[in-house]
Design a protein around this ligand. Structure first.
Ligand SMILES: C[S@@+](CC[C@H](N)C(=O)[O-])C[C@H]1O[C@@H](n2cnc3c(N)ncnc32)[C@H](O)[C@@H]1O
Length: 222
């Protein structure tokens, strides 16, 4: 059987799960807990209702269903590899009032981290549980593209970390087993830091206990 770099690359993955009504499973479940954890790190990063948030790899709006009513109308944008997944979240997980605060045109299909049609005035961005499912290569160019948003002051990215020199799989604090060569992927902190700095970001690792033992990288423009 072919081993895919990411479960999201398995042919038919989204279609099958969506046809079975399993959109929450696609993003890993733990719905309210994970949304609250994301809102918490965003608040600690200074997010306020007047800010403009880009949710990279937003899935079916597990963060969006809390962030959209928090932010001023029209101040949330999401990108994801699957338009169908985002649309299902918009239809099923948002209230009527919140749908009117988030035009569908602000949910943008983008599997290349190119951020097409995302406006220049976003101030905060988050990629939660996205690069955890991808090999190392896409991170640095994605960070470099994000550096081109002139008002982006805070970027939060979750990853799985591994101690320098560790070989093979690693059991993370929340029990998830991560790998150097397949999903879910882990990397040494220094490798993530090198990508961030090369792309024009300063980076630190605020203490935060996140679901599944992910670590939060907090980045600000260098
Ligand atoms: C674990 S889920 C997390 C979703 C969301 N950030 C959340 O916390 O609910 C990973 C998400 O990354 C998306 N994804 C996977 N590969 C991607 C890529 N190359 N570009 C954009 N999104 C991607 C998936 O479709 C999925 O929605």
């Amino acid at each position: 059987m072919t081993r895919h770099a990411s479960p999201y690359l398995i042919p038919g993955f989204y279609e099958t799960a969506l046809s079975q009504g399993k959109h929450r499973d696609i993003v890993g479940g733990r719905w309210e807990e994970t949304a609250l954890a994301q809102m918490d790190v965003l608040h600690k990063a200074g997010l306020q209702p007047h800010h403009r948030l880009l949710d990279i790899g937003c899935g079916c709006l597990r963060l969006g269903y809390m962030a959209v009513p928090y932010l001023n109308p029209g101040h949330y944008w999401g990108t994801d590899a699957s338009a169908g997944l985002m649309r299902r979240g918009w239809e099923v997980e948002l209230t009527d009032a919140d749908r009117s605060r988030l035009p569908l045109s602000q949910l943008i299909e983008d599997a290349d981290f190119a951020f097409p049609d995302v406006p220049d005035d976003i101030t905060h961005a988050i990629a939660w549980g996205v690069f955890t499912h991808l090999p190392a290569a896409p991170l640095r160019p994605a960070l470099a593209r994000l550096r081109q948003f002139p008002r982006l002051e805070m970027l939060l990215v979750t990853v799985f970390l591994v101690p320098e020199g560790h070989q093979g799989p690693l059991r993370q604090p929340d029990g998830v087993v991560t790998h150097p060569d397949r999903t879910p992927w882990h990397r040494p902190a220094a490798a993530v830091e090198a990508d961030a700095r090369a792309a024009g970001w300063q980076i630190d690792w605020p203490e935060a206990r996140l679901p599944r033992g992910q670590r939060l990288a907090r980045m600000q423009p260098l």
